[in-house]
Design a protein around this ligand. Structure first.
Ligand SMILES: [Fe+2]
Ligand SMILES: [Fe+2]
Length: 205
């Protein structure tokens, strides 16, 4: 649970059922999601647009949840303060998010999240039109994320077994920056989230 203060960590681990987990995640977006995601929209709007695009494309529930929560690492890392330099350094928000979400969600949620940055590097390597369509912020973050993949990296990415959902998530991610697109609320997705939460096994006191 890298990126969380010790006090926060114990709070998360005290959650007792799926509804409490979902409500706690919702509060995180309430508290930290109103900061800018990029030059256009807030973290919460970006999350909601990503999930709504996934749902509109008929994505399965775990991939809709992955789309909704793919950037939760930015919130956990405190990269939510609208600092102008927040995309200049790479704090690996995708790894932080995947480790955090693995407390309650399966690989069909966590792996597309973990791979959503690599998916951009993959698509830039295999699809020249994709690279040409990136937003200015995505071009800037691509540089600090390592640039397009080389052939060995492409092979390793495909070998994860999650290349398809990760690249699907990436394409919604790239579109979810529309200032004019109205969105619902985080709680609209609460039933879907709660249905996928598995509570961790607890050792006996
Ligand atoms: Fe991201
Ligand atoms: Fe994103």
């Amino acid at each position: 649970m890298s990126g969380l203060e010790a006090a926060d960590r114990s709070t998360w681990m005290e959650l007792r059922d799926p509804n409490e987990v979902v409500e706690a995640i919702g509060r995180l977006y309430d508290e930290r999601g109103s900061s800018n995601y990029d030059e256009a929209v807030t973290q919460t709007v970006h999350a909601l647009q990503s999930a709504e695009l996934a749902a509109a494309d008929g994505a399965p529930p775990p991939l809709i949840v992955a789309a909704l929560l793919h950037d939760i690492g930015h919130l956990l890392l405190g990269e939510w303060e609208s600092r102008p330099d927040f995309l200049d350094r790479d704090l690996h928000h995708e790894d932080v998010a995947a480790r955090f979400l693995a407390n309650w969600f399966g690989a069909d949620v966590t792996e597309p999240v973990r791979l959503h940055v690599d998916a951009k590097r993959y698509l830039c390597a295999v699809d020249p039109r994709y690279a040409g369509g990136l937003s200015p912020a995505s071009v800037r973050s691509l540089e600090v994320q390592g640039g397009p993949m080389d052939a060995a990296e492409v092979e390793a990415f495909v070998a994860t077994g999650f290349a398809e959902p990760a690249t699907e998530l990436r394409r919604w991610d790239d579109l979810a920056k529309d200032v004019d697109r109205p969105v619902g609320t985080f709680r609209d997705h609460a039933p879907l989230l709660a249905a996928l939460v598995t509570m961790p096994e607890r050792s006996m006191p």
